[in-house]
Design a protein around this ligand. Structure first.
Ligand code: SF4
Ligand code: SF4
Length: 378
Protein backbone atom coordinates (compact mmCIF):
# COMPACT_ATOMS: atom_id res chain seq x y z
CA UNK A 1 0.00 0.00 0.00
CA UNK A 2 1.18 3.49 -0.85
CA UNK A 3 1.63 6.39 1.58
CA UNK A 4 -1.01 8.97 0.72
CA UNK A 5 -0.21 12.71 0.75
CA UNK A 6 -3.13 15.11 0.28
CA UNK A 7 -2.32 18.43 -1.43
CA UNK A 8 -4.42 21.59 -1.70
CA UNK A 9 -3.62 24.94 -3.27
CA UNK A 10 -3.50 27.96 -0.97
CA UNK A 11 -1.73 31.23 -1.69
CA UNK A 12 -2.80 33.43 1.23
CA UNK A 13 -3.22 33.20 4.97
CA UNK A 14 -6.84 34.35 4.76
CA UNK A 15 -8.83 32.35 7.35
CA UNK A 16 -11.53 31.03 4.96
CA UNK A 17 -9.00 30.06 2.27
CA UNK A 18 -6.67 28.32 4.73
CA UNK A 19 -9.53 26.40 6.33
CA UNK A 20 -10.85 25.28 2.93
CA UNK A 21 -7.38 24.14 1.80
CA UNK A 22 -6.81 22.26 5.07
CA UNK A 23 -10.16 20.49 4.76
CA UNK A 24 -9.34 19.48 1.16
CA UNK A 25 -5.80 18.30 1.92
CA UNK A 26 -6.94 16.28 4.94
CA UNK A 27 -9.80 14.71 2.97
CA UNK A 28 -7.40 13.80 0.16
CA UNK A 29 -5.04 12.20 2.68
CA UNK A 30 -7.83 9.89 3.85
CA UNK A 31 -9.88 12.14 6.10
CA UNK A 32 -9.65 13.38 9.69
CA UNK A 33 -8.13 10.57 11.76
CA UNK A 34 -9.69 9.17 14.91
CA UNK A 35 -8.48 11.31 17.77
CA UNK A 36 -8.73 11.22 21.55
CA UNK A 37 -10.64 13.93 23.41
CA UNK A 38 -7.40 15.79 24.20
CA UNK A 39 -5.23 16.76 21.26
CA UNK A 40 -1.72 18.22 21.24
CA UNK A 41 -1.10 20.38 18.17
CA UNK A 42 2.65 20.81 17.65
CA UNK A 43 3.54 23.79 15.41
CA UNK A 44 7.05 25.04 14.72
CA UNK A 45 7.54 27.94 17.17
CA UNK A 46 11.30 28.20 16.93
CA UNK A 47 11.68 31.83 17.99
CA UNK A 48 9.69 35.04 18.64
CA UNK A 49 9.40 35.98 14.97
CA UNK A 50 6.41 37.37 13.08
CA UNK A 51 4.39 34.90 10.96
CA UNK A 52 5.37 36.71 7.72
CA UNK A 53 9.07 35.90 8.38
CA UNK A 54 8.24 32.23 7.60
CA UNK A 55 10.35 31.04 10.55
CA UNK A 56 7.34 29.61 12.40
CA UNK A 57 4.13 27.78 11.47
CA UNK A 58 1.53 30.42 10.57
CA UNK A 59 -1.13 30.76 13.32
CA UNK A 60 -3.92 30.75 10.69
CA UNK A 61 -2.92 27.19 9.76
CA UNK A 62 -3.14 26.07 13.39
CA UNK A 63 -6.43 27.91 13.84
CA UNK A 64 -7.88 26.47 10.61
CA UNK A 65 -6.81 22.96 11.59
CA UNK A 66 -8.58 23.19 14.96
CA UNK A 67 -11.75 24.36 13.20
CA UNK A 68 -11.60 21.58 10.58
CA UNK A 69 -11.17 18.93 13.29
CA UNK A 70 -13.94 20.40 15.47
CA UNK A 71 -16.29 20.51 12.46
CA UNK A 72 -15.54 16.87 11.65
CA UNK A 73 -15.41 15.36 15.13
CA UNK A 74 -17.55 17.67 17.27
CA UNK A 75 -16.91 20.45 19.76
CA UNK A 76 -15.94 18.23 22.67
CA UNK A 77 -12.25 18.09 21.70
CA UNK A 78 -9.74 20.00 23.83
CA UNK A 79 -6.68 21.38 22.06
CA UNK A 80 -3.27 22.21 23.48
CA UNK A 81 -1.03 24.11 21.08
CA UNK A 82 2.47 23.51 22.38
CA UNK A 83 6.12 23.66 21.40
CA UNK A 84 9.51 24.22 22.96
CA UNK A 85 11.33 27.03 21.14
CA UNK A 86 15.09 27.37 20.79
CA UNK A 87 15.94 27.01 24.49
CA UNK A 88 17.11 30.58 24.98
CA UNK A 89 13.53 31.73 24.35
CA UNK A 90 11.83 29.59 27.00
CA UNK A 91 12.17 32.51 29.45
CA UNK A 92 10.33 34.78 27.01
CA UNK A 93 7.18 32.72 26.58
CA UNK A 94 4.73 35.66 26.52
CA UNK A 95 6.78 37.41 23.85
CA UNK A 96 7.18 34.14 21.94
CA UNK A 97 3.46 33.39 21.72
CA UNK A 98 2.48 37.02 21.16
CA UNK A 99 4.90 37.69 18.29
CA UNK A 100 4.26 34.35 16.55
CA UNK A 101 0.49 34.98 16.75
CA UNK A 102 -0.19 31.80 18.76
CA UNK A 103 -1.49 33.78 21.77
CA UNK A 104 -4.53 34.70 19.65
CA UNK A 105 -5.68 31.05 19.74
CA UNK A 106 -5.87 31.18 23.50
CA UNK A 107 -7.68 34.56 23.49
CA UNK A 108 -10.24 33.15 21.05
CA UNK A 109 -10.79 30.15 23.33
CA UNK A 110 -9.70 27.68 20.67
CA UNK A 111 -6.79 26.14 22.56
CA UNK A 112 -4.49 26.35 25.53
CA UNK A 113 -1.16 27.67 24.32
CA UNK A 114 1.89 26.57 26.25
CA UNK A 115 5.45 25.26 26.21
CA UNK A 116 5.76 21.51 25.79
CA UNK A 117 7.83 21.46 28.97
CA UNK A 118 5.14 23.22 31.07
CA UNK A 119 3.54 19.98 32.31
CA UNK A 120 6.86 18.43 33.21
CA UNK A 121 9.61 16.39 31.62
CA UNK A 122 10.21 12.68 31.73
CA UNK A 123 13.44 10.69 31.43
CA UNK A 124 13.03 7.80 28.99
CA UNK A 125 15.02 5.12 27.27
CA UNK A 126 14.59 4.61 23.53
CA UNK A 127 15.51 0.97 23.08
CA UNK A 128 15.65 1.35 19.30
CA UNK A 129 18.01 4.37 19.52
CA UNK A 130 21.21 4.42 17.55
CA UNK A 131 22.70 7.49 19.23
CA UNK A 132 20.66 9.04 22.08
CA UNK A 133 19.39 6.08 24.06
CA UNK A 134 18.54 8.08 27.22
CA UNK A 135 16.50 11.23 26.69
CA UNK A 136 14.40 13.76 28.56
CA UNK A 137 11.29 14.88 26.76
CA UNK A 138 7.92 16.52 27.36
CA UNK A 139 5.80 14.35 29.66
CA UNK A 140 2.47 14.93 27.91
CA UNK A 141 4.02 13.95 24.58
CA UNK A 142 4.27 10.35 25.79
CA UNK A 143 0.88 10.37 27.54
CA UNK A 144 -1.60 8.04 25.77
CA UNK A 145 -4.48 10.27 26.85
CA UNK A 146 -3.44 12.75 24.14
CA UNK A 147 -3.52 12.41 20.37
CA UNK A 148 -0.88 14.42 18.51
CA UNK A 149 -0.97 16.45 15.30
CA UNK A 150 2.26 17.78 13.86
CA UNK A 151 2.02 21.11 11.98
CA UNK A 152 5.40 21.80 10.39
CA UNK A 153 6.72 24.67 8.26
CA UNK A 154 8.47 24.07 4.95
CA UNK A 155 11.94 25.60 5.34
CA UNK A 156 15.56 25.03 4.50
CA UNK A 157 17.96 24.17 7.29
CA UNK A 158 21.69 24.88 7.25
CA UNK A 159 22.44 21.63 8.98
CA UNK A 160 19.81 19.14 7.81
CA UNK A 161 19.03 20.81 4.41
CA UNK A 162 15.29 20.77 5.07
CA UNK A 163 13.27 21.13 8.23
CA UNK A 164 9.87 19.52 7.97
CA UNK A 165 7.72 17.08 9.90
CA UNK A 166 10.45 14.83 11.31
CA UNK A 167 12.78 17.65 12.37
CA UNK A 168 9.83 19.53 13.93
CA UNK A 169 9.60 16.83 16.62
CA UNK A 170 13.14 17.66 17.84
CA UNK A 171 11.38 20.35 19.92
CA UNK A 172 9.87 17.80 22.33
CA UNK A 173 13.29 17.22 23.91
CA UNK A 174 14.64 19.25 26.81
CA UNK A 175 17.61 21.58 26.61
CA UNK A 176 20.16 19.01 27.79
CA UNK A 177 19.01 16.35 25.29
CA UNK A 178 19.04 18.82 22.42
CA UNK A 179 22.52 20.01 23.40
CA UNK A 180 23.73 16.41 23.47
CA UNK A 181 22.29 15.86 20.00
CA UNK A 182 23.94 19.02 18.66
CA UNK A 183 27.28 18.07 20.19
CA UNK A 184 27.55 15.12 17.74
CA UNK A 185 30.96 15.00 16.14
CA UNK A 186 29.62 14.04 12.72
CA UNK A 187 26.45 14.70 10.78
CA UNK A 188 25.29 11.09 10.80
CA UNK A 189 25.27 11.02 14.61
CA UNK A 190 23.19 14.19 14.73
CA UNK A 191 20.67 12.83 12.22
CA UNK A 192 20.37 9.57 14.16
CA UNK A 193 19.73 11.63 17.32
CA UNK A 194 16.89 13.48 15.57
CA UNK A 195 15.37 10.09 14.66
CA UNK A 196 15.92 8.78 18.19
CA UNK A 197 13.74 11.63 19.43
CA UNK A 198 11.20 11.34 16.60
CA UNK A 199 10.65 7.58 17.00
CA UNK A 200 9.82 7.83 20.73
CA UNK A 201 6.21 8.53 19.77
CA UNK A 202 5.13 9.40 16.25
CA UNK A 203 2.27 11.91 15.87
CA UNK A 204 -1.07 10.64 14.54
CA UNK A 205 -1.24 13.08 11.65
CA UNK A 206 0.96 15.62 9.87
CA UNK A 207 0.29 18.95 8.17
CA UNK A 208 2.83 20.98 6.22
CA UNK A 209 2.37 24.75 6.06
CA UNK A 210 3.87 25.38 2.61
CA UNK A 211 1.80 28.46 1.79
CA UNK A 212 4.80 30.71 2.38
CA UNK A 213 8.06 28.78 2.67
CA UNK A 214 11.67 29.68 3.46
CA UNK A 215 14.56 29.41 1.00
CA UNK A 216 18.27 30.22 1.46
CA UNK A 217 19.91 29.89 4.87
CA UNK A 218 17.01 28.59 6.97
CA UNK A 219 15.66 27.77 9.45
CA UNK A 220 15.78 31.30 10.87
CA UNK A 221 17.78 33.53 8.51
CA UNK A 222 16.49 32.51 5.09
CA UNK A 223 14.10 34.38 2.81
CA UNK A 224 10.32 33.89 2.66
CA UNK A 225 9.02 32.71 -0.70
CA UNK A 226 5.61 31.80 -2.05
CA UNK A 227 4.99 28.05 -1.91
CA UNK A 228 1.23 27.90 -2.47
CA UNK A 229 0.37 24.54 -0.88
CA UNK A 230 -0.93 22.75 2.19
CA UNK A 231 0.08 19.09 2.52
CA UNK A 232 -1.44 16.45 4.80
CA UNK A 233 -0.62 12.82 5.58
CA UNK A 234 -0.58 10.09 8.20
CA UNK A 235 3.14 9.71 7.54
CA UNK A 236 5.81 12.32 8.32
CA UNK A 237 8.48 10.97 6.00
CA UNK A 238 6.04 10.94 3.06
CA UNK A 239 5.28 14.65 3.66
CA UNK A 240 8.98 15.46 4.05
CA UNK A 241 9.88 13.64 0.84
CA UNK A 242 7.20 15.54 -1.07
CA UNK A 243 8.42 18.79 0.55
CA UNK A 244 11.99 18.04 -0.51
CA UNK A 245 10.74 17.47 -4.06
CA UNK A 246 9.00 20.85 -3.94
CA UNK A 247 12.37 22.41 -3.02
CA UNK A 248 14.04 20.83 -6.04
CA UNK A 249 15.42 17.51 -4.71
CA UNK A 250 14.44 15.19 -7.56
CA UNK A 251 15.54 12.31 -5.35
CA UNK A 252 14.45 13.33 -1.83
CA UNK A 253 16.66 10.61 -0.35
CA UNK A 254 19.64 12.80 -1.33
CA UNK A 255 18.63 14.74 1.79
CA UNK A 256 20.64 12.85 4.44
CA UNK A 257 17.99 13.24 7.17
CA UNK A 258 15.35 11.63 4.94
CA UNK A 259 17.80 8.93 3.92
CA UNK A 260 18.42 8.03 7.56
CA UNK A 261 14.64 8.09 8.25
CA UNK A 262 13.96 5.80 5.28
CA UNK A 263 16.75 3.48 6.48
CA UNK A 264 14.96 3.28 9.84
CA UNK A 265 11.70 2.38 8.06
CA UNK A 266 9.81 5.50 9.11
CA UNK A 267 7.88 5.57 5.82
CA UNK A 268 8.38 5.31 2.06
CA UNK A 269 11.76 4.31 0.68
CA UNK A 270 11.18 6.00 -2.68
CA UNK A 271 8.78 8.43 -4.37
CA UNK A 272 7.14 5.41 -6.05
CA UNK A 273 5.70 4.47 -2.66
CA UNK A 274 3.88 7.82 -2.34
CA UNK A 275 0.42 8.48 -3.74
CA UNK A 276 -0.15 12.19 -4.29
CA UNK A 277 -3.80 13.27 -4.24
CA UNK A 278 -4.74 16.73 -5.48
CA UNK A 279 -1.52 17.47 -7.40
CA UNK A 280 1.22 15.92 -9.48
CA UNK A 281 4.85 16.09 -8.36
CA UNK A 282 5.56 18.61 -11.12
CA UNK A 283 2.66 20.86 -9.96
CA UNK A 284 4.30 21.14 -6.57
CA UNK A 285 7.81 22.24 -7.57
CA UNK A 286 8.56 25.79 -6.36
CA UNK A 287 10.17 27.68 -9.20
CA UNK A 288 13.76 28.93 -8.67
CA UNK A 289 13.84 27.71 -5.09
CA UNK A 290 17.22 28.44 -3.43
CA UNK A 291 18.35 25.28 -1.63
CA UNK A 292 21.16 25.01 0.89
CA UNK A 293 24.19 24.11 -1.17
CA UNK A 294 25.70 20.73 -0.51
CA UNK A 295 27.85 18.38 -2.48
CA UNK A 296 27.51 15.36 -0.27
CA UNK A 297 25.01 13.55 -2.56
CA UNK A 298 27.55 13.70 -5.40
CA UNK A 299 30.21 11.98 -3.31
CA UNK A 300 30.36 8.13 -3.40
CA UNK A 301 28.59 6.71 -0.34
CA UNK A 302 31.72 5.01 1.07
CA UNK A 303 33.42 8.44 1.25
CA UNK A 304 30.47 10.40 2.66
CA UNK A 305 31.31 10.00 6.35
CA UNK A 306 34.78 11.36 5.64
CA UNK A 307 33.45 14.11 3.36
CA UNK A 308 31.13 15.45 6.06
CA UNK A 309 34.17 16.37 8.13
CA UNK A 310 35.65 18.37 5.23
CA UNK A 311 32.63 19.86 3.44
CA UNK A 312 30.73 22.09 5.83
CA UNK A 313 29.63 25.57 6.83
CA UNK A 314 31.21 27.30 9.80
CA UNK A 315 30.13 30.45 11.70
CA UNK A 316 32.02 33.75 11.50
CA UNK A 317 31.11 36.84 13.52
CA UNK A 318 30.19 40.08 11.78
CA UNK A 319 31.12 42.56 14.52
CA UNK A 320 29.40 45.45 12.74
CA UNK A 321 25.92 44.40 13.77
CA UNK A 322 26.64 42.23 16.83
CA UNK A 323 24.57 43.24 19.87
CA UNK A 324 26.98 41.55 22.33
CA UNK A 325 23.87 39.86 23.80
CA UNK A 326 25.61 36.54 24.49
CA UNK A 327 22.79 34.38 23.10
CA UNK A 328 25.29 32.55 20.87
CA UNK A 329 27.37 31.71 23.96
CA UNK A 330 24.28 30.36 25.76
CA UNK A 331 23.18 28.07 22.92
CA UNK A 332 26.59 26.65 22.05
CA UNK A 333 26.39 22.96 23.07
CA UNK A 334 30.14 22.57 23.60
CA UNK A 335 30.96 25.93 25.29
CA UNK A 336 33.10 27.01 22.37
CA UNK A 337 32.17 30.71 22.68
CA UNK A 338 33.37 33.27 25.19
CA UNK A 339 32.34 36.95 25.34
CA UNK A 340 35.14 39.59 25.41
CA UNK A 341 32.89 41.62 24.98
CA UNK A 342 32.18 40.31 21.45
CA UNK A 343 31.85 36.55 21.00
CA UNK A 344 35.05 34.66 20.26
CA UNK A 345 34.81 31.11 18.92
CA UNK A 346 37.32 28.49 20.00
CA UNK A 347 37.67 26.64 16.68
CA UNK A 348 39.25 23.62 18.35
CA UNK A 349 36.00 23.03 20.29
CA UNK A 350 33.44 24.08 17.66
CA UNK A 351 31.47 21.13 16.21
CA UNK A 352 29.85 23.30 13.50
CA UNK A 353 26.32 22.66 14.70
CA UNK A 354 25.40 26.24 13.62
CA UNK A 355 23.12 26.78 16.64
CA UNK A 356 24.83 30.17 17.17
CA UNK A 357 23.91 31.18 13.60
CA UNK A 358 20.37 29.84 13.97
CA UNK A 359 19.64 31.62 17.25
CA UNK A 360 21.49 34.94 16.76
CA UNK A 361 18.73 37.59 16.81
CA UNK A 362 20.58 39.90 14.44
CA UNK A 363 22.12 37.64 11.80
CA UNK A 364 25.60 38.49 13.09
CA UNK A 365 26.90 34.92 13.05
CA UNK A 366 27.37 34.57 9.33
CA UNK A 367 28.14 31.35 7.48
CA UNK A 368 31.28 30.57 5.53
CA UNK A 369 32.06 27.54 3.37
CA UNK A 370 34.94 25.25 4.33
CA UNK A 371 37.86 25.30 1.87
CA UNK A 372 36.87 21.98 0.25
CA UNK A 373 33.25 23.08 -0.06
CA UNK A 374 34.45 26.21 -1.89
CA UNK A 375 36.66 24.16 -4.22
CA UNK A 376 33.93 21.63 -5.05
CA UNK A 377 31.47 24.51 -5.46
CA UNK A 378 33.61 26.01 -8.19
S1 SF4 B 1 26.69 37.12 17.46
FE1 SF4 B 1 24.49 37.37 17.66
S2 SF4 B 1 23.93 36.14 19.44
FE2 SF4 B 1 26.14 36.46 19.53
S3 SF4 B 1 26.42 38.26 20.79
FE3 SF4 B 1 26.36 38.97 18.67
S4 SF4 B 1 24.21 39.48 18.30
FE4 SF4 B 1 24.25 38.24 20.17
S1 SF4 C 1 30.47 27.93 18.01
FE1 SF4 C 1 28.45 27.85 16.99
S2 SF4 C 1 28.69 26.29 15.42
FE2 SF4 C 1 30.40 26.04 16.84
S3 SF4 C 1 29.69 24.50 18.29
FE3 SF4 C 1 29.22 26.49 19.17
S4 SF4 C 1 27.12 26.92 18.51
FE4 SF4 C 1 27.87 25.26 17.24
Amino acid sequence: MKFKVGCARCYQYKPDKVQKALAEAIERAGGVPELKEQIIVKPNVLAPRHPEDAVTTHPEVVKGLIKVISNALGDNKKFIVADNPGYIFTEQRDLLFEVTGMAELSREGLAEVELLSDRGLIAVENKTATNLRYLRVSKIWLDDEYSIINVAKLKTHVETLITGCIKNIFGIADRKTRKEAHAATNQRQFLEAILDIYTLREPHFHIMDAITVMEGNGPSRGTPKRGGWILASHNALAVDMVSAYMMGYRNPLDVPLLNVAAGRRCGPSSLNEIELVGATFEDLVIEDFKKITTFIPKIPSFLRGFAHSLVYFYPVLNKNNCLKCGICKKVCPVNAIKMEPFPIIDRSKCVKCLCCHEMCPNGSMELRDSMLKKIIGR
